[in-house]
Write a protein that binds this ligand. Structure first.
Ligand code: TYC
Length: 102
């Protein structure tokens, strides 16, 4: 059949093209009640930021309303969001955490 080989080659290339996995930003939102020190602890504990970097991220969120804690695969991002929400709830702070595709 005319053109069969060319079509198969195109299909094969499409099929074998490997896309990178979608990545997700984990964000925290500002509020008026969560203590700054608690936010810094969260960023150190769940996102492995050192105290200086955690302070920078916390202040950015405080001033601008939201900020990125890190970028992860979907499962890891979802787990971090749950861990932060649970930790904030346990300490009775209204800190909000969410994920969004990068
Ligand atoms: N705005 C809070 C305060 O003044 C501090 C804060 C920063 C809260 C970042 C949440 O994600 C946040 N105590």
């Amino acid at each position: 059949m005319a053109g069969k080989h060319r079509d198969d080659t195109v299909l094969e290339l499409e099929r074998t093209k490997i896309k990178p996995p979608p990545m997700f930003k984990v964000l925290i939102l500002n509020d008026d009640y969560t203590p700054m020190d608690f936010v810094i602890i969260v960023l150190q504990k769940f996102f492995a930021l050192d105290r200086e970097k955690a302070t920078q991220v916390m202040l950015k969120v405080h001033r601008e309303g939201r900020g990125v804690c890190g970028i992860f695969s979907k499962d890891v991002a979802a787990t971090k969001v749950e861990l932060v929400r649970s930790f904030a709830k346990q300490h009775q702070h209204p800190l909000q955490c969410m994920m969004e595709e990068n």
